[in-house]
Design a protein around this ligand. Structure first.
Ligand code: S3P
Length: 452
């Protein structure tokens, strides 16, 4: 894809609109994995059609799964567990997607062929020990360039006789938990994953698997942790899914509305799974006028509308345990804190450094660049001295995003709410998660130019 930047020269005028954001990325990727492992023809509507999801479709097709899009429905012909066609020396390109890479290593961990897995420049820097270590325990073997702090590319040779998984998830990663649930499906016996309450992560894998086959997965809640048990080597039937809108995508519009004057927005049919709503809790605590409406359950997930109104935000002392529930929205929260009244502090944000770019450091740079005072400590915690009266005075600011889709979208929201002349670099990365982001912004009245 050709690189382009966006220049925003004007604040957005007040708006009062209703929009839909595209389907949830995590659920869309999980659909292609679980439907490929199910037995029979699965269907899904509302699937996000973005770079990361297309990379997933390509990967599953390479493993022999038939996937076709007909009208608005994605059809997947699964042949059950252990049915992927693997050959020695095929290679799988995960492009920019961390979720795809961790999931594909997980499902390949029970296939004895030697397969190459790699990604783009950004993904090849991201940590893989977190998934390789637990998969080694079940019998998989990895060959990587580095022996410590392992990264992609790698060769994986799965185990012909895997042993069940018993894992304690200490990072609070939805990708690791989801990957190990998928790997457990190929292992004999009952595997377990212990998830600590202060490191809870998105539970879409659990919900989708339960929706497909309630007998395979059980989640028992204890005081300080959840215990997830998965019955392995038990085939399950194909399923029909309807995916709700992505809360992470919605959150750019939530922030835009909160920070704009005299505006209102309704974002319809968003997935409101509580394990995704950390940012909502934080923003409401900061004084954000956000309400959830028309809540219903659809295919095991909570769906509803998000109504937002312009608000004056106040600072927050954010608790560490909420970070894993707002992991992709933390950079947006930092932006919110920059315009809030008072000093905000955030702890336990180190995981942000391991995303598509080092998001904590880059957000810190972005905020300093526009004149916000911050204190970053140990690449893990940050204090933000909010300034509700910040004025960019028509100066030109060039925002570097390191090809990170979420930072590009934040840069654009920044330009639309603060004014000044903001040039956001590498905006082509937005297609990895939210291809119609710019069009939706235009629908609300945003003005921007594309610079090729
Ligand atoms: C995801 C989990 C999160 C998130 C990512 C999607 C998932 O990553 O940042 O965008 O689909 O499970 P981590 O598991 O690394 O926290």
């Amino acid at each position: 894809m050709k690189s382009f930047s966006i220049i925003v020269k004007k604040k957005i005028n007040k708006f009062n609109k209703s929009i839909f954001v595209p389907g949830d990325k995590s659920c869309s990727i999980r659909y292609f994995f679980l439907a490929s492992l199910a037995y029979g023809l699965s269907t899904a509507t509302g699937i996000l059609e973005s770079g990361d999801v297309f990379s997933t479709v390509k990967a599953m097709r390479k493993l022999g799964v038939r996937i076709v899009k007909k009208n608005n429905t994605w059809l997947v012909w699964g042949n059950g567990l252990n049915s992927l066609t693997t050959r020695d020396n095929i290679s799988i390109d995960c492009e920019n997607s961390g979720t795809l890479s961790r999931f594909i290593l997980s499902i390949l961990s029970t296939y004895p062929q030697r397969i190459k897995v790699y990604g783009d420049r950004s993904l090849n820097k991201r940590p893989m020990d977190r998934i390789m270590n637990p998969l080694e325990k079940l019998g998989a073997f990895f060959q990587t360039k580095k022996k410590v702090k392992r990264t992609l590319p790698c060769y994986i040779t799965g185990s012909e006789m895997p042993i069940k998984i018993d894992h304690e998830e200490k990072i609070g990663s939805g990708q690791i938990k989801g990957g190990l649930i998928l790997a457990s499906l190929g292992c004999p016996g009952i595997s377990t994953i212990k998830e600590f309450k202060n490191k809870q992560s998105r539970n879409h894998t659990e919900k989708m698997l339960k929706f497909a086959e309630p007998e395979i997965i059980k989640v028992k809640k204890f005081k300080n942790y959840n215990l997830i048990s998965i019955k392995g080597q038990k085939d399950f039937k194909a399923f029909n899914l309807n995916v709700g809108g992505d809360f992470s995508s919605a959150s750019f519009f939530i922030l835009l509305t909160l920070l704009s004057k005299n505006s209102q927005l309704k974002i319809k049919s968003v997935n409101l799974n509580p394990t995704r709503l950390g940012a909502l809790k934080i923003l409401k605590k900061m004084g954000g006028k956000i309400t959830l409406q028309n809540i219903k359950f659809q295919c095991g997930e909570r769906i509803g509308d998000v109504a937002v109104k312009s608000s004056n935000l106040k600072s927050i002392n954010c608790s560490a345990s909420i970070v894993s529930l707002a992991i992709d929205e933390m950079p947006l929260i930092f932006l919110a804190a920059s315009f809030a009244n008072g000093i905000s502090s955030f702890k336990a944000c180190g995981e942000l450094e391991k995303k598509e770019s080092p998001r904590l450091s880059l957000m810190n740079k972005m905020l300093i660049q526009i004149g916000i005072r911050t204190k970053l400590k140990d690449r893990d915690s940050i204090k933000i001295y909010g300034n509700p009266n910040l004025n960019l005075n028509n100066k030109i600011y060039r925002i570097k995003t390191s090809y990170d889709h979420r930072l590009s979208m934040i840069g654009i929201v920044l330009g639309l709410t603060l004014g000044g002349k903001i040039i956001v670099e590498d905006c082509h990365s937005i297609v990895t998660s939210f291809p119609n982001f710019l069009n939706l912004m235009k629908q609300l009245g945003a003005k921007y130019e594309i610079i090729k």
